[in-house]
Design a protein around this ligand. Sequence first.
Ligand code: FES
Length: 145
Amino acid sequence: MSNMGPYSDLVMDHFMNPRNMGEIENASGVAEVGNPSCGDVMKLYLLINNDGIIEDAKFKTFGCGAAIASSSMATELLKGARVEDALKLTNQAIVDALGGLPPAKIHCSVMAEEAVEEALKDYFVKAGKDASVVDEMKAQIKKDH
Ligand code: FES
């Protein structure tokens, strides 16, 4: 595919052929997050097994091409990851995996990072824990870096 303007081939590919679009019935964790600056919305579904491994991830994003590409890449990176490692998926990591985004579109990848955090909070709450464990894990990851 030829490169279109400021977007990498990988971004275009994930935008034109999004991976893992859809919903997961009986998901272990679900989140819906919005981007207040543009009104775009992303919904994320995670299926997590008893070993704490994300077996499946699906998304539905009502948003711009960069948001759809970020959602698609995020779900690809989440599948097979441990819950702790999923929290290391920063928006920058998603942007890097996509081969970069134009500066004005970096904010579009932030929804994906927030959606992972919120979906994992939902997962822990469903397991009878407090949502703050996610904040603590995230703080620990930031400290280690
Ligand atoms: S313009 Fe809304 S997420 Fe990209």
